[in-house]
Design a binder for this molecule. Structure first.
Ligand SMILES: Nc1ncnc2c1ncn2[C@@H]1O[C@H](COP(=O)(O)OP(=O)(O)OP(=O)(O)O)[C@@H](O)[C@H]1O
Ligand SMILES: [Mg+2]
Length: 497
């Protein structure tokens, strides 16, 4: 392996936030180089510098021994640097093909011949294992398919360096395996890979080298075989972390949420109940109806029949705000679309539900500025949200810190029935342990918690019972000494009964 990219003393600040502080390390030609660090450590910022979105305040990038200025994304592309972003950046109302070639028309001197485009898109879609017609509209794709399309778009330019910024946070295990196969192929073809993820087992599976950032500083770059998970976590958080999760025996109390024969869209006659002090996990493959279920229960998706009771009171016909005021909260799966108001500050976002509920239950009473501040600080502290302050625009927070804000705003409401859909997606190891602790604490205080997660270890660690969904139906419940990955998977894929 030879020296390819040298990152030298890169510093970048945003107003008062120093996102990168004299970061230096090398990326070898042909390596699969992982980049890890806590939420807000500076990973995405560094990547955005490499692909010409941000300019460093000082320091330089050396490519093949020569310093380069990456003044724009076009420049990055011409150097052979490609990126698959953390967020989905596609036009939903355009087709797969149109999204693939968006922006490419100009570069090929105006005209890309139709036939050529057709052929190219077919090849590239095969490469990412997408068997859909290129004419399909992007809005019809699942999250995993959208992610694959973003990858297709990035490899269209035959990059020398391909950056993946948390590509798997939206993928299920099957698609993760596909993604890894694609990465291995690209690696075989000599493409250098930079891979960002909070899932350390992925790093150990795919990477040969790992770089750790902490608070904008470079902590180390080491061959992967020289570290283990514990050491890596220690480098990331600067201390040792207790990652073991235990759930103490609970004595379930009164039924807090009761769902009877709920049908909605593809969902068919689903019934379950959950008592005070319990954590109910919801498992199932992508498309099994997990998110539809919790959205119907919270009133986001309309239901066609069935009844929902919250603490003995029927709420089937209540609005979302009324349900929230009655003590229910949902942290949605799609935080970007449903979770945050991007034109508002962190503080405003955090106190939004508290304000909305306050308004509907006590007339026109708004939160006082000081109350809003103290609530906001409480959420920032308990979830360790990294931001300059409550007045920071939510958009400027790192991906993981935005996620924490969505969770934080509902923690503040202190609901009796708290539903979390993929609560720790994109969240770093330390914060994940913290969120697990908060979830358990709420249950211990007598709340009822519903957790949807694609990560079985997470479900197992948190849940007292797991409801398994398949094809829009509740297939079964797993609990007690049957509560293990195997049982859940058997039900989820339908290899029995
Ligand atoms: N455009 C911006 N304006 C202001 N601050 C920013 C901007 N982009 C990033 N920051 C800040 O820079 C710091 C580093 O953010 P960055 O997005 O690089 O973190 P990250 O390591 O990618 O985290 P995550 O794992 O959560 O995605 C954070 O404190 C973030 O709030
Ligand atoms: Mg990031």
């Amino acid at each position: 392996m030879s020296k390819f990219i040298e990152i030298e003393q890169i510093t970048k600040s945003f107003a008062a936030t120093c996102a990168l502080n004299r970061v230096s390390f090398n990326i070898e030609q042909g390596s699969v180089h992982a980049l890890v660090g806590e939420n807000g450590a500076g990973k995405s910022t560094l990547m955005k510098i490499l692909v010409g979105i941000h300019q460093p305040d000082s320091g330089r990038i050396v490519l093949d021994g020569k310093p380069v200025v990456i003044a724009s994304p076009e420049k990055a592309r011409s150097l052979g640097f490609g990126i698959v972003f953390q967020e989905i950046v596609l036009c939903p109302n355009l087709s797969i093909r149109e999204n693939l070639f968006l922006g490419a028309e100009a570069e090929s001197a105006g005209i890309l011949r139709r036939a050529e485009m057709e052929k190219k898109s077919q090849t590239i879609l095969n490469k990412v294992r997408m068997s859909l017609s290129p004419k399909t509209l992007v809005q019809e794709l699942s999250v995993a398919q959208k992610q694959m399309l973003q990858i297709a778009r990035a490899i269209l330019y035959k990059p020398r360096l391909l950056i993946f910024d948390e590509p798997t946070s939206a993928l299920m295990q099957d698609s993760v395996n596909d993604l890894f196969a694609i990465i291995r192929e690209l690696h075989q073809e000599g493409v250098t890979i930079l891979y960002i993820s909070h899932k350390l087992e992925e790093i150990f599976e795919i990477a040969d080298t790992v770089t750790v950032l902490r608070d904008g500083k470079h902590i180390g770059t080491v061959p992967i075989r020289e570290v283990n998970e514990g050491r890596l976590v220690q480098m990331m958080v600067g201390r040792e972390l207790d990652l073991s999760i235990r759930r103490k025996e609970v004595k379930p109390g009164a039924v807090l949420l009761k769902v009877d024969n709920l049908s909605a869209g593809r969902l068919e006659k689903i019934s379950f109940e959950i008592r005070a002090g319990e954590v109910l996990g919801i498992a199932g493959l992508v498309g099994s109806g997990r998110s539809e279920l919790v959205e119907s229960v919270f009133g986001i998706a309309p239901i066609s029949s069935g009844k929902i009771h919250l603490g003995g009171r029927e709420i089937t016909r209540l609005s979302i705000t009324e349900r929230a005021a009655a003590g229910m909260a949902l942290v949605p799966e799609d935080r970007q679309l449903q979770g945050l108001v991007f034109t508002m500050t962190l503080g405003q976002n955090l106190t939004l539900p508290s304000v909305a509920i306050g308004l509907s239950s006590v007339g026109k009473r708004a939160l006082s500025r000081s109350r809003e501040n103290s609530l906001g600080h409480q959420a920032m502290q308990s979830l360790k949200i990294v931001a300059a302050g409550l007045d920071t625009e939510i958009q400027s927070l790192s991906g993981g810190n935005q996620q924490k804000a969505v969770i934080g705003k509902w923690f503040l409401v202190n609901p009796n029935v708290f539903i979390l859909d993929e609560p720790t997606r994109g969240i770093d190891v330390g914060a994940k342990a913290e969120i697990h602790r908060l979830i358990r604490k709420m249950a211990d205080e007598g709340k009822a918690i519903v957790v949807v997660s694609s990560e079985l270890p997470e479900l197992l660690a948190l849940s007292d019972r797991v409801l398994v969904m398949r094809g829009g139906k509740a297939i079964g419940e797993v609990y007690g000494n049957k509560l293990c990955e195997e049982e859940i998977m058997k039900l989820a894929v339908g290899s029995i009964g």
